[in-house]
Design a protein around this ligand. Structure first.
Ligand code: PLP
Length: 375
């Protein structure tokens, strides 16, 4: 069985260094807001080409605290993608604001700036593009819209640490970028973790305050805040992993190149690579016809797959109150019916890649054409 993701080799390779770092940490007795966190914040900010990094408890909290720091409140609207993990929209809802879903470009899976423009109203306060699967959303037209309408651009970089847009890191283009260190992300810790990156001193101060009960000085509370810190155990783990990230991302890209080549003649759509973005392949995602059948046949052949994401956010029960109907975001809904993610992680061996490829080719050639699907 080839799983879609297997973290065991990565952990094993780093095990001696991890054991040492964690043993030292236990001896130090400092578990919240210490030297590991500070060093990691600097290192991640450097990776993201920003001045500051602020460790928080999760990627979801990174989004939530940034939106709070921007002053997003009830009555406000924030435009984002429905084709994303639900946390993107939840962060907006936590502020009492309304997520407004724009449609995506079906090639890149990312926000379509023209659809975003049509969603702008007098209540719009921010645009929250997601760099889905490791590819940057087209930021230039979004930044332009932001300037014209005085909107903050906040980047959801949870799946795209290390990705470059026009040669510069995602997270450095908007007012702030939000990272997740959830274990399955390209840079993952051993629990929940996240970070806000920004070059704005104002955002930095507000997020640092919000993550520790709204306090600026110990036990003096400026506002009602949260408990949302990245703990020292996670920071120590991430400090050990970060130096490997560039090489891990390269390895993912190499696997994706191989997949792209050998799938070129199949009746599928391989990932489109926009000229303005590098790709760090958090996921390798095809579009296929007869998807549920393909999933089943691949499972029988021992190949793990996942569907990210089968139900777009605007059609989730949790967001029924917003009143979106089926058909309201046609590209998002079409893509949600067709996407299929294949195993991709840096340690996937050549032999495993071959098995994936052979199984996919076999399954795709054996199925009749899907009248609903155009490749
Ligand atoms: C993972 C993810 C998040 C949330 O991160 P957590 O650390 O799980 O809270 C937000 N947005 C996207 C696009 C994600 O993939």
């Amino acid at each position: 069985m080839i799983p879609i993701l297997d973290l065991s080799q990565q952990t094993a390779q780093l095990r001696p260094a991890l054991d040492q770092a964690l043993a030292d940490l236990l001896t130090s007795g400092r578990f919240i807001l210490g030297a590991h966190g500070e060093a990691l914040e600097q290192a991640v900010a450097q990776t993201c080409q920003t001045r500051y990094g602020m460790g928080v408890a999760s990627g979801t909290d990174a989004l939530h605290l940034v939106l709070r720091a921007c002053g997003i409140r009830p009555g406000d609207e924030v435009i984002t993608a429905s084709f994303s993990f639900i946390a993107t929209a939840e962060a907006i809802s936590y502020c009492g604001a309304t997520p407004v879903f724009a449609d995506i470009d079906p090639h890149t899976f990312n926000l379509d700036p023209e659809s975003v423009a049509r969603c702008i109203t007098p209540r719009t306060r921010a645009i929250l593009p997601v760099h889905l699967f490791g590819q940057a959303a087209d930021l230039a037209p979004l930044l332009k819209l932001g300037q014209e309408h005085h909107l903050a651009i906040i980047e959801d970089c949870a799946q795209a640490i290390g990705t470059l847009y026009q040669g510069r890191a995602v997270g450095s283009w908007g007012l702030a970028g939000c990272l997740s260190f959830y274990p399955t992300k390209n840079l993952g810790c051993f629990g929940d973790g996240g970070m806000v990156v920004t070059s704005s001193l104002g955002i930095k101060s507000r997020v640092r305050q919000l993550r520790t009960h709204g306090q600026k000085t110990r036990y003096l509370h400026e506002e009602v805040g949260y408990t949302s810190r990245l703990d020292e155990v996670q920071a120590a783990v991430l400090r050990l992993k970060l130096p490997h990230l560039a090489q891990w991302n390269q390895q993912r890209a190499k696997i994706a190149d191989f997949y792209n080549q050998v799938f070129a003649d199949l009746p599928v759509v391989t990932p489109y690579c926009a000229p303005y973005s590098s790709h760090t392949y958090h996921q390798y995602t095809l579009r296929v016809g007869h998807r549920e059948r393909v999933v089943e046949l691949l499972r029988e052949l021992g190949i793990g797959t996942m569907v990210y994401y089968p139900v777009p956010i605007h059609l989730q029960r949790a967001y029924r109150h917003l009143g979106y109907e089926a058909g309201s975001l046609p590209h998002t809904e079409q893509v949600a019916r067709e996407v299929l993610s294949l195993p991709i992680f840096p340690e996937l061996t050549q032999d495993q890649q071959e098995q994936v490829v052979q199984a996919v080719r076999k399954v795709l050639w054996q199925l009749p054409p899907d009248p609903e699907f155009r490749s």
